[in-house]
Design a protein around this ligand. Structure first.
Ligand SMILES: *Cc1c(COP(=O)(O)O)cnc(C)c1O
Length: 397
């Protein structure tokens, strides 16, 4: 008889090699693309950045794409176009990476945290409606995990009030909403190319926008606020420039951009594999009542950046105990995310307290991320399902 005790209780771990929750994939073509740039004339501010923006425009279907050097810089640049004055508010979820709300602080605004739907983990339009005020300038929904939010629902709230929808689409490159990709017709949608995301540039990010004016402003913003870029000046034989406003150095390098161009050629394959793995999880865990996956209408429109589940009722261990037990099985489950509003910065700065967002706090005390990335094998996935079942069976309440 096989040993059914969890590893944390002295059993044999389900696997030998640790399984990370996410991982980049880099192939020989990626290496060749980067090497090509390293041997060329432009390590930064060169043609690879233009090409990357063009390819992103095609993939997303957006009118304008501005590449920057992180997803956080993308959020900062997007927020800078909102022209916030002190006291102006942006409504954000708390279940997200801290960068989402931080970007509002960068530009002197006040983040206002709103609730999520406990089944989809997405910002709840009904709760947002209750929090809209005279001072609301934007709403920042997050396509959590890669599940597209219903942007129209927020648009209906925003339009009479002249409020901008700024989508944090860091998880959602290639996710489909309606007939098009997330970001295709957005006023502002930001993406991240951190290694754990769908496509990587090492560090990097981009903003998709339907507004030419916002795109031009963000191009300036990423280049100190200057009126021109180096290559343009060289082509014109000019050296003078003016500083139009305060910007930053948020430029993506050509090294990163070339990696991104090469990675984008495999985006669809990666999405297909992520969707297949998600389907296997949903099938493999369908009869495990204690583990509750994100409620998803259509697996194939989701981009499956991560596979989040709730540790439900009926167990003697809590979420933290479950993550510890999985890690003992060498399954490196993780938590996305601890709630932003209860981080020390937000407690001190905005006076946030436990109990402020009961739905979010319940979800964030129970949520965990199971491993999912394109090069993960079917056997890897089977080992996760086995470990989850073993732990659930061992700790009935
Ligand atoms: C990754 C991420 C970011 C920030 O992206 P970086 O490229 O790491 O700066 C912002 N928002 C969300 C939801 C993310 O997951």
């Amino acid at each position: 008889m096989t040993d059914r005790r969890p590893a944390i209780e002295g059993g044999t771990p389900v696997r030998e090699r640790p399984l990370p929750y996410g991982r980049h994939s880099v192939d020989q073509a990626d290496v060749d693309a980067v090497t090509g740039v390293l041997r060329g004339d432009w390590l930064t501010t060169g043609p690879a950045v233009d090409l990357f923006e063009e390819k992103l425009r095609e993939v997303i279907g957006a009118a304008h794409v501005v590449a920057v050097n992180s997803g956080t810089a993308a959020l900062h640049a997007a927020c800078a176009t909102l022209d916030l004055r002190p006291g102006d508010e942006v409504i954000v979820p708390s279940l997200t990476f801290a960068a989402s709300a931080n970007a509002v602080l960068y530009v002197g605004g006040t983040p206002v945290f709103a609730e999520i739907d406990p089944r989809t983990f997405l910002l709840d339009p009904a709760d947002v409606a209750r929090r809209i005020s005279e001072r609301t300038r934007a709403i920042m929904p997050v396509h959590f995990g890669g599940l597209p939010v219903d942007v129209d629902a927020f648009d209906r709230l925003a339009r009479p009030q002249n409020v901008v929808i700024l989508e944090d689409a860091a998880h959602a490159l290639g996710a489909m909403a309606g007939g098009s990709a997330v970001g295709a017709s957005s006023e502002l949608a930001t993406f991240s190319f951190h290694p754990v995301k769908h496509v990587t540039t090492g560090e990097g990010g981009a903003i998709a926008t339907r507004s030419e004016e916002r795109a031009n402003r963000m191009r300036r913003f990423r280049n100190h606020g200057l009126d021109s870029e180096v290559r343009g000046r060289e082509q014109r034989g000019a050296w003078g420039y003016d500083l139009l406003e305060l910007g930053f150095n948020y430029r993506l390098s050509d090294i990163g951009a070339a990696l991104g161009v090469s990675q984008l050629t495999r985006l669809q394959d990666g999405l297909t594999r992520r969707r297949a793995l998600a389907r296997m999880y949903l099938h493999g865990l369908a009869d495990v009542r204690e583990i509750v996956p994100q409620v998803v209408a259509d697996i194939n429109r989701h981009s499956w950046h991560i596979f989040p589940v709730l540790v439900g009722d009926g167990l003697r261990i809590d979420r933290d105990g479950f993550v510890r037990a999985l890690r003992a099985e060498r399954i490196l489950a993780n938590v996305h995310y601890a709630p932003t509003h209860l981080m020390r910065l937000y407690r001190e700065k905005l006076g946030c307290r436990p109990g402020m967002l009961p739905v979010t706090e319940r979800v964030t005390s129970r949520i965990m991320t199971l491993p999912l990335y394109p090069t993960m094998t079917d056997d890897d996935l089977a080992s996760v399902v086995e470990a989850v079942r073993r732990i659930v069976d061992f700790y009935p309440s």
